[in-house]
Unconditional design. Structure first.
Length: 379
């Protein structure tokens, strides 16, 4: 849901009621992940996508019912349904979806101020979280880390599930809030459960993390294409080069920032984490060697360096001489990118980011047609 926060806020600001469908469970092979959302406004506009086209038509019809009645629905699409092919989910998986109505202030199922604040944080690229009770006591409730007064608490919003459902007790709410806070800290969306008066409620913890960083060193044409492509994938891109004449914002409009500084100095002082991608495109030893020495000693997701095989071999020799252990050198992706036949800067950007995605997921990078088993990850 939080990935379409900006569009939801725009619709609510325009006075529209919105039926939001959120993936609450995925079993087997399915095209989208837990927490993915699609919304339908009372004007008929569609925001986002649940399955990349498989079940959107059926969800659109269900959304009309939610907008008419104001009551939430917990719906499942999958191979166990007689109409699996009718809704288009013939990929072999099962997707459970919860639909709820959100509305502007003063209307039925008005979204609370606390929940709206979390949407605003997510839309602005900040860490945010919502806990959606999808089944059991309190079904349809949205809880947030903060209540209307700014204290940790719950916020009503969305629609109750079909039929009568008892509310959550105070202890259950406290436990949900605590779990949501932990999930926001880890950046992980997950489905959980909480006991309430002897019954169990299922809770979807929806979390938006701050964007991962992509640090590109070397203000070259390849860096311009790579920064644009990485931005499309949701990375916050920084381009860094010691040469002020090349490192200008005008040359890299897609980058969040352009830094003129010695690359290894900047990398040593800037914030990185286990999601950070480091791409070294300078292929100049006076930059590369100190930069890669610093990068390979950091806990980052990916370190890649551009250069020919001859450059790579000489670089590896220099790094060994500098004392980098074999385990650190094994983390270096060099020459950077997958073998896609790329030559232009734009094609090279695709090659590099394909390797980044494969490294992040542990995928093989092989053609899907040559790989056995399901295309999509199975739960």
């Amino acid at each position: 849901m939080l990935e379409i926060a900006g569009a939801l806020l725009d619709a609510l600001t325009d006075g529209r009621r919105v039926a939001v469908a959120t993936v609450t469970r995925v079993l087997g092979s399915a095209p989208r992940t837990l927490g993915t959302a699609m919304a339908v406004t009372d004007a008929g506009a569609v925001l986002g996508s649940i399955s990349g086209g498989c079940v959107e038509g059926a969800i659109y019809e269900s959304a009309q019912e939610v907008l008419e009645t104001g009551r939430g629905q917990l719906t499942e699409f999958g191979v166990s349904d007689d109409d699996a092919f009718a809704v288009g989910l013939s990929c072999g998986g099962t997707v459970e979806v919860f639909l709820a109505e959100f509305a502007p202030a003063g209307m039925r199922n008005a979204l609370s101020h606390a929940a709206r604040t979390q949407l605003e944080l997510a839309a602005a690229g900040h860490a945010a979280g919502l806990a959606l009770v999808v089944d059991g006591a309190g079904a349809g409730r949205i809880l947030t880390p903060m209540d209307e007064s700014g204290e940790h608490g719950s916020a009503s919003g969305g629609a109750p599930a079909a039929g009568e459902s008892p509310g959550l007790d105070a202890d259950a709410e406290r436990r949900i809030r605590a779990e949501l806070g932990a999930r926001i800290g880890s950046g992980e969306t997950a489905l959980g459960a909480v006991d309430c008066d002897g019954a169990t409620s299922r809770v979807l913890y929806l979390v938006a993390a701050t964007p991962p960083r992509c640090l590109i060193f070397g203000a070259v044409d390849f860096a311009s294409a790579l920064s644009a492509a990485a931005s499309l994938l949701g990375y916050r891109v920084t381009v860094c080069d010691a040469r002020a004449v090349f490192a200008t914002p005008e040359r890299f409009p897609a980058a969040a920032e352009v830094v003129v500084e010695w690359p290894s100095d900047y990398l040593a002082r800037t914030e990185t984490d286990a999601r950070t991608v480091v791409c070294v495109l300078t292929h100049d030893e006076k930059f590369d060697l100190p930069l890669l020495t610093t990068a390979l000693n950091l806990d980052v997701a990916y370190v890649g360096a551009m250069g020919s095989r001859r450059t790579h071999e000489r670089r590896m020799l220099r790094l060994r001489e500098a004392g980098l252990p074999a385990a650190a050198l094994a983390r270096l992706h060099s020459p950077i990118g997958l073998d896609l036949g790329a030559s232009s800067p734009a094609e090279t950007a695709v090659s590099i980011l394909a390797e980044v995605l494969a490294a992040r997921s542990g995928a093989s990078g092989r053609p899907l047609g040559s790989r056995p088993g399901p295309i999509h990850p199975t739960a």
